[in-house]
Design a protein around this ligand. Structure first.
Ligand code: KDG
Length: 335
């Protein structure tokens, strides 16, 4: 009996060894495909950064991962693509944080108007503990938050008049991202805001469904908005981060070495994205001055916009959590 038991034990150790090594071999043989979609077009810093991510991942995985890129909302808008990630029908996307808010309200902290005084202050918060905690929260909805890229400071454009004050915005139909705080901020400034997916925006402006919209300079130029908008103002009323994200299950199912390849490419493409985006936003502002009226606000004029949106902080402090708001503010002020 003892002999039989020992033989069985030895057999089971041997077979589990065989299975374990078989599994390992399978992992290194198996190939993976990432379908990644974004809302902006193929001239954007976002698309160029995606191409860089693809290049790094395909090279460093030695062909075990391939990446297919889709731009211009070909796979859907930000919310739809996040839902596709949750269902495992798409592997990656890169929305602004604003459309993440209906899934995880804490992300609303980034929608607080005039929160970040500089790009560097935003980097510090996003790449530090606060940013990481928020990325980790995405796992509760089946999404792996990889890193933050940059959409950037948003500025108002419109087809009606040169805007210098909240009075000039009165009654203006302004498209916003699908986010309640953006709606409230524009209502507080006197506008008549409408939420809309990015993919519908150009034709809405063309057909006069909306008078204006707000986005970073690079987007305004590269998406050809001056064809339908004659005026711009450097409101810089909110800094929009992007979140580079992946389906949690897809990420978890990757072998550990490929998870490292993905994470390293995500970080390298983040740095590239920020450099590129900042360069583009600067350069395209200059180009925009040739094709539309660009109003540059004085500090006093900007303060007038800032004052009108104060009530938004009070309204949302409970939803976002006073503690989170204070920790972001103290990180910003603690240089
Ligand atoms: O890929 C990102 C875009 O879909 C989106 O987030 C762009 O800022 C944007 C907007 O106004 O919807």
């Amino acid at each position: 009996m003892k002999k039989i038991l020992i033989t069985l034990f030895v057999l089971s150790v041997l077979t589990s060894g065989i299975f374990a090594s078989g599994q390992g071999d399978e992992d290194t043989q198996k190939t993976y495909n990432i379908t990644a979609g974004i809302g902006l077009n193929d001239k954007s810093a976002q698309y160029e950064s995606m191409q860089y991510f693809k290049e790094l991942v395909e090279k460093n995985s030695e062909g075990r991962i391939t990446v297919d890129l889709y731009h211009s909302s070909q796979l859907g808008d930000d919310r739809e693509m996040m839902e596709a990630l949750q269902r495992g029908e798409q592997e990656m996307t890169c929305p602004s944080t604003a459309p993440i808010v209906p899934f995880i309200p804490y992300y609303g902290v980034f929608d607080l108007p005039f929160l970040f005084p500089s790009n560097e202050a935003a980097d510090k918060v996003l790449d530090g503990k606060i940013g990481q905690d928020l990325l980790d929260k995405l796992s509760t909805i089946g999404i792996k938050g990889l890193v933050y890229w940059e959409n950037g400071y948003r500025n108002l454009t419109n087809s009606v008049r040169a805007v210098r004050s909240p009075e000039d915005v009165k009654g203006m139909k302004v498209r916003t991202m699908e986010n309640p705080m953006h709606l409230d901020a524009w209502r507080a400034m006197g506008a008549n805001p409408t939420p809309m997916a990015f993919g519908e925006l150009f034709s809405a402006m063309q057909q006069g469904v909306v008078d204006g919209q707000e986005n970073p300079w690079g987007t305004i130029y590269l998406q050809n908005f001056p064809e339908v908008q004659g005026f711009a103002t450097d409101t810089g009323h909110v800094y929009s981060p992007f979140v580079l994200m992946m389906g949690q299950k897809f990420f978890d199912d990757l072998p550990a070495d490929l998870q490292d390849v993905v994470m390293e490419a995500a970080k390298a493409s983040r740095d590239k994205n920020r450099t590129l985006n900042r360069k583009y936003n600067k350069e395209y502002l200059e180009k925009l001055k040739d094709v539309m009226t660009v109003v540059e606000l004085t500090p006093e004029e900007r303060a007038a916009f800032q004052n009108t949106v104060r009530p938004v902080y009070d309204k949302y402090s409970e939803v976002i959590g006073q503690e989170l708001i204070e920790s972001v503010l103290s990180e910003i002020n603690n240089n």
